[in-house]
Design a protein around this ligand. Structure first.
Ligand SMILES: Nc1nc2c(c(=O)[nH]1)N[C@H]1C(S)=C(S)[C@@H](COP(=O)(O)OP(=O)(O)OC[C@H]3O[C@@H](n4cnc5c(=O)[nH]c(N)nc54)[C@H](O)[C@@H]3O)O[C@H]1N2
Ligand SMILES: Nc1nc2c(c(=O)[nH]1)N[C@H]1C(S)=C(S)[C@@H](COP(=O)(O)OP(=O)(O)OC[C@H]3O[C@@H](n4cnc5c(=O)[nH]c(N)nc54)[C@H](O)[C@@H]3O)O[C@H]1N2
Ligand SMILES: [Mo]
Length: 767
């Protein structure tokens, strides 16, 4: 701390001393409401979030406890809602006055801050502007291009905000058209979960429910930042911490919400300015060092079992699993020295975790992008499952695996058929119910899709939401690839950069958001979503739509499909009149949706089948499977001298590529995003000082990516790891640098070199 005091002043960098949550969260909510919304309507809208008759919060996929709380307060949920329900509008007049070239000069923050899209738009190359056109004309233009292209040259991207109904229709459209090209935001996110867990436990989903947290005796939280990204989870963690349930955290960065949190719903804490410590122990693992840490814990547990017995549940292992012997043999062959080097933690640290784990009768492991966005992401996920299997922590109350999903319905999108590798069973059901023959050949995931666009093999991209090119790595390659397409179509609520990277023809189709009333011929419609814990429930908005011209996502997909395939076998109009009909079709073609329409009408909805919770394992062997993570590290290049491992992460004021504001309050960064978090020892070793301006370069063979002129700041991050904000730092992430098993980019472990550019502290105007 002494060195802290001597540090020079850097504009916008002020260490944040308070807890997370608390009055700061209430103040931030008030600002979000004031700057985006008609204040009269705002509080009412917010109170309807995650209420029985309200809409599902678009903020995150954390579930709600029986919809009990009268006001599920959450700062970042409030930001997500106000950002959608804003009173700002992108009008045709505005677009006539601002060329696409000039809009591309704006920041991501400015683009979305222009407000909601209000009318279908088409790019006009003559004037370099987006101009309005009628819906029917938009659909006809899309049809004219798609009808000339072989289906495998067309890509269908989904961002996980789309409802089950919209996503199901989207895959139906694509498959009747003839394509299995389903790049999906999940490919950049929890794909290692979707690929790894089926191998381990037979299903690619988490096994815990919210109730399990009531009886858990230990929580191990790895690589996620709930204070920002799953703020409603903080209520749960807060309750556990107050009950003295140990919470062990593995994270290279000290994240404030995992250290201290004031629950804005707790009257006493709020009134007394007090807070609750959250993590009982905080291990600052190296970026990419989790596999080593997990193997260390497992190794220590097995040793403990030898010395005192009962550390491992042999009865469970014998009855329910396969592969234990190989798993144990690999651990025996793994040296502690190597584990310490790779994880950045000591043997003693990991033995302590093993001891705490051995004492707990019910353990939950929660994890996020710190585990998945690595080039051994799938193997990482499987190691977490292995650790849980060692003590029979799957399929009993208070225990299980808890992946924290990203987008509020990313899990549901997968369930209803958004996948480039559909099962034969699903395709057969589609054929039986609809009477068209869907394509069997596997299609593209997100990275393969972009690679196909780059090499010219794919010619058209239809996006159901999202900001595809900005979310993916390597804009130097991906931005030109967007412009080289014959056609790009974006269904969205707000303007973003992917929309503006215009192709030969580009159309933007404005849709209703979650908060808005969806009226169709059959009356007011609800959609359904599936949260991180496999609960499916209804969501219906009540706000007046941002413009009379908006259409619902299902209606837009149906409109495109009808125009593209005039002889379609799907009764599109009927489906849009009443979404119950869509749900009936989902029920007929996808397992687990029995009595779909009846069950979503019950408060709280219903749970999708999760066989592992009953200790049934739908794997190839019928048993839960241990894995062997070969070696300890992800990539040899990382061991190279003088390279650091770059983590790209989210600030507190952003939702993926949507930047709400330029602060990252808990990390002490205000009004700017051009910073690199670095440990003091690395600063010293590289001869750098807090506030220096540096350049970064990707340290992988054949890569020339650079990010120039960012300010390095001293931060409590593990030595050898550095952090910068996404999406700005995406220029450093190579597109091919992925987890081969799942295709997920290694956004959290890019080897980089840092070099000094200027010793002079950069003056920045703080917004
Ligand atoms: N407000 C808000 N909410 C969101 C989002 C948002 O952008 N804003 N995004 C949504 C989406 S799509 C997703 S996927 C989730 C993302 O939620 P998170 O999974 O929390 O994602 P990140 O913010 O990218 O960062 C993850 C955390 O992992 C840590 N980490 C990085 N590398 C490593 C590592 O190697 N090991 C370990 N143990 N930890 C590491 C980082 O320090 C950081 O604390 O949140 C969802 N919710
Ligand atoms: N470097 C780096 N890159 C990353 C990550 C990282 O941690 N580091 N994280 C990755 C992850 S986890 C993810 S999930 C992806 C996110 O990738 P995406 O899901 O593609 O990106 P978003 O930023 O969530 O998309 C924002 C856009 O969605 C549209 N939108 C908002 N609401 C709606 C709606 O209700 N309907 C429709 N149709 N459109 C809507 C708006 O137009 C808005 O501009 O990014 C990935 N990229
Ligand atoms: Mo995500």
């Amino acid at each position: 701390q002494a060195t802290m005091a001597k540090r020079r002043a850097v504009p916008g960098i002020h260490p944040y001393d308070g807890p997370a949550g608390g009055w700061g969260a209430l103040k931030a909510t008030a600002i979000a409401v004031r700057t985006q919304m008609d204040t009269l309507e705002a509080p009412v809208t917010l109170m309807r979030t995650n209420q029985p008759d309200g809409f599902d919060c678009p903020g995150c996929a954390w579930p709600d406890k029986e919809h009990r709380s009268t006001f599920q307060f959450c700062e970042n949920g409030a930001k997500a809602v106000t950002w959608e329900a804003t009173s700002k509008r992108v009008t045709p007049e505005f677009l006539a006055q601002n060329t696409v070239t000039s809009l591309l000069q704006k920041t991501d923050y400015e683009l979305e801050d222009y407000g909601r899209l209000t009318t279908p738009l088409i790019y006009d190359a003559g004037t370099d502007t987006l101009r309005p056109l009628a819906w029917d004309e938009a659909f006809q233009r899309i049809a004219a291009v798609l009808q000339t292209l072989p289906p495998e040259q067309v890509e269908f991207y989904t961002s996980g905000r789309a409802s089950n109904e919209a996503a199901y229709l989207f895959q139906l459209f694509a498959r009747e058209f003839g394509s299995n090209n389903f790049p999906d935001c999940s490919n950049m996110c929890h794909e290692p979960t979707s690929v790894g867990l089926p191998q381990s436990i037979g299903i690619g989903k988490g096994t815990v429910s919210l109730d399990d947290f009531d009886s858990a005796e230990l929580i191990i939280s790895i690589g996620h930042n709930p204070g920002t990204n799953h703020p409603r989870m903080m209520g749960t963690l807060h309750e556990l911490a107050r009950k003295k349930v140990p919470i062990i955290v593995f994270n290279p960065l000290r994240e404030r919400a995992l250290e201290r949190f004031t629950d804005p719903q707790n009257v006493i804490e709020m009134a007394t300015y007090s807070s609750t410590p959250i993590a009982s122990t905080y291990y600052q693992v190296k970026a990419g060092g989790d596999a080593a840490a997990l193997k260390g814990i497992a190794k220590a547990l097995l040793q403990l079992n030898e010395t005192q017995g009962h550390a491992v549940d042999h009865a469970f292992i014998a009855e329910h699993t396969e592969g234990f012997a190989a798993f144990a043999a690999d651990l025996a062959a793994t040296r502690w020295e190597a584990i310490e080097v790779e994880s950045g933690l000591t043997r003693q640290d990991l033995e302590q975790v093993a001891a705490a784990y051995a004492k707990s009768n019910a353990t939950i492991v929660t994890y996020g992008m710190g585990i998945t966005q690595h080039n051994k992401g799938t193997a990482n996920v499987r190691l977490i499952a292995d650790l849980l299997l060692l003590r029979g922590n799957i399929g009993k109350p208070g225990a299980g695996i808890c992946p924290l999903r990203g987008h509020s319905n990313v899990q549901g999108n997968r369930t209803v058929g958004i996948t480039e590798k559909p099962s034969a069973d699903f395709l057969a059901k589609l054929e039986a119910v609809f009477g068209f023959t869907p394509p069997k050949a596997h299609g593209h995931d997100a990275v393969k899709c972009m690679q196909a666009m780059i090499n010219g093999a794919s010619k058209a991209l239809i996006c159901l939401g999202g900001n595809f090119a900005v979310a993916l790595p390597d804009p130097e390659q991906s931005f030109p690839a967007m412009k080289a397409l014959e056609l790009s179509v974006h269904i969205g609520t707000k303007l973003n950069r992917s929309h503006l990277l215009v192709a030969k023809q580009t159309l933007i189709l404005p849709c209703l958001g979650r908060t808005e009333l969806d009226m169709q011929a059959g009356g007011r419609q609800s959609v359904t979503v599936e949260d991180s814990m496999s609960m499916v429930h209804a969501s219906s908005g009540k706000l007046k739509p941002a413009s009379e011209l908006l259409r619902s996502e299902p209606a837009i997909v149906a409109g495109m499909a009808k125009a593209v395939m005039p002889a379609s076998k799907v009764p599109w109009d009927e489906l849009i009149e009443d979404y119950d009909v869509i749900r009936d079709l989902i029920e007929k073609t996808i397992p687990g949706f029995d009595d779909y329409n009846a069950r979503i009408r019950q408060p709280g909805g219903f749970r999708m089948p999760l066989p592992p919770t009953e200790r049934q394992w739908p794997t190839a062997t019928g048993k839960a499977m241990f894995s062997v993570f070969s070696g300890l590290h992800e990539d040899a290049a990382i061991a190279e001298k003088d390279t650091l491992r770059l983590i790209t992460l989210r600030s507190h004021d952003q939702y993926n590529t949507t930047i709400y504001a330029l602060d990252d309050r808990y990390r002490g960064v205000f009004g700017r995003r051009d910073v690199l978090f670095m440990n003091d020892s690395d600063l010293q070793r590289l001869g750098l000082e807090h506030g220096d301006v540096v350049d970064l370069e990707t340290a992988l063979p054949g890569c020339t990516q650079r990010l120039e002129g960012i300010t390095v700041i001293a931060y409590n991050i593990s030595a050898g790891s550095v952090g910068a904000y996404y999406p700005e730092a995406n220029v450093l992430v190579p597109l091919h640098y992925i987890d081969e098993e799942s295709g997920t980019p290694s956004y959290k472990s890019v080897p980089v070199r840092v070099t000094l550019r200027s010793k002079e502290v950069r003056e920045v105007k703080i917004a």
